[in-house]
Write a protein that binds this ligand. Sequence first.
Ligand SMILES: [Zn+2]
Length: 308
Amino acid sequence: MKGMETRFETLIGFLGKFKDEETCRDFFEKLRFRNGAYCPHCGLMHVYRFKGGKRFRCAGCRQDFTIITGTVFGESKIPLRKWFIAIYLLTTNHKGISSVQLAKQVGVTQKTAWFMDHRIRKAMKQSNGQLSGIIEIDETYVGGKERNKHAALRTRGTQGRSVKTKTPVFGMLQRGGEMRAKVVNDVRMVTLEKYIVESVRIGSTLYSDELNSYDRIGKLFPHERIRHAQGEYVRGSVHSNGAESFWALFKRGYIGIYHFMSAKHLQRYVDEFAYRFNTNEREFQGVFGDLVHKVATTRGLPYKVLKA
Ligand SMILES: [Zn+2]
């Protein structure tokens, strides 16, 4: 196992790389100012660095700032190294990490851990880019009682009912590509069709089960169905096993780690699981850098910088 200690994705390699606050600050500075340093107060790109390097002053508005001013890191007063470890934990634990556990492992209060968790999740928001190729479409139900729900929803003419205690989540998985999952109000035909049309490029092929909400989608996309009711789960390449494995992972996280997800925050949890699922094959150092940058800038960059 030689080399493990320097590998970024191992805990020991990670903590070795980010050994102190200064190292974290340097790493973050390279990400934040990758297009050049700018003033977080007015957006001007003419700034001076003080001797010692920790503080900057703007040549225009004359205000001082640090590398974390104007980011969620700066406002929170939580050391960068704790943020980095929290991001590491939330990214590498396949089923997620509860705020109770995060608080213990990072050494912050549970309230702080909860804040960090949700900030990181917000940065994990799914992209809006369109999927293409072969797309598995599938839906699942989160929360409430499992009993009879599946069979009831599979009865023709009753779709969209009995969703009183459970929240439906609709998913689209591009084979060899990304999973998109969205909390929806119902699984009626018009609702699901709207998301499919928004998210899938024309010319793509859809695979689904026999839910009758998909009865009309074949008019817009080539569409193959698996007949679960007749005991069919795979027909050649036609199946929705990829999407189902995502739901299985999500539910293991729900039951085993989070225990409960409020309807209000459910989409953020779905985003969190989709983020890990979609970046699983990518090299971890790149994933981590992207996420650190996103967490820090999610709360808004000065307008002038965005326009520049
Ligand atoms: Zn300024």
